[in-house]
Design a protein around this ligand. Structure first.
Ligand code: 9UX
Length: 71
């Protein structure tokens, strides 16, 4: 079993932004895949178990962007 969640992230405007968010979220425990799309501002994360919103928020913040909520 795995968990998939989609988040709205503000501030991503280019491919480097997508890469920064992807790398930071990929470092969280149990994360299998991350797809960040600047155009839509959406980030989809698949993980072995559901992630806490606080962990996701901290990772997005660390990358330099802002978690706006779940999509
Ligand atoms: Mo370049 Mo994406 O500054 O923010 S990494 S637009």
């Amino acid at each position: 079993m795995s968990a998939t969640a989609t988040y709205r992230v503000t501030g991503m405007t280019c491919g480097h932004c997508e890469k920064a968010v992807t790398e930071e979220l990929s470092a969280l425990d149990g994360v299998d895949s991350v797809r960040a799309t600047a155009d839509s501002g959406l980030v989809t994360v698949t993980s072995a178990a559901p992630l806490s919103d606080e962990d996701v928020r901290a990772a997005v913040d660390e990358a330099g962007y802002e978690l706006a909520g779940r999509a």
